[in-house]
Design a protein. Structure first.
Length: 78
């Protein structure tokens, strides 16, 4: 089954801290909704751009996308 990486972009001097905080909410969403996913994370792309992400099964993507409204997505590869 294909996995997709849902991505939220954060920009500005506090981008990394905002991404870290957003990841907390993604983990809460997983627990509250009893999702069968456990891959979340953050990445610092530059000093002014960071992302938070959640990896989901392709079959669950539309439901989660509509609920959480990520900025973009891509196919996930380990």
């Amino acid at each position: 089954m294909r996995k997709l990486k849902l991505i939220w972009d954060f920009r500005g001097p506090n981008a990394l801290k905002t991404a870290e905080h957003h990841e907390i909410h993604l983990k809460e969403y997983i627990v509250i909704n009893k999702l069968d996913v456990n891959i979340t994370g953050i990445e610092k792309l530059t000093d002014m751009h960071a992302i938070a992400f959640l990896v989901v099964n392709e079959t669950d993507m539309k439901l989660i996308r509509d609920a959480l409204k990520p900025h973009r997505g891509q196919v996930y590869s380990e």
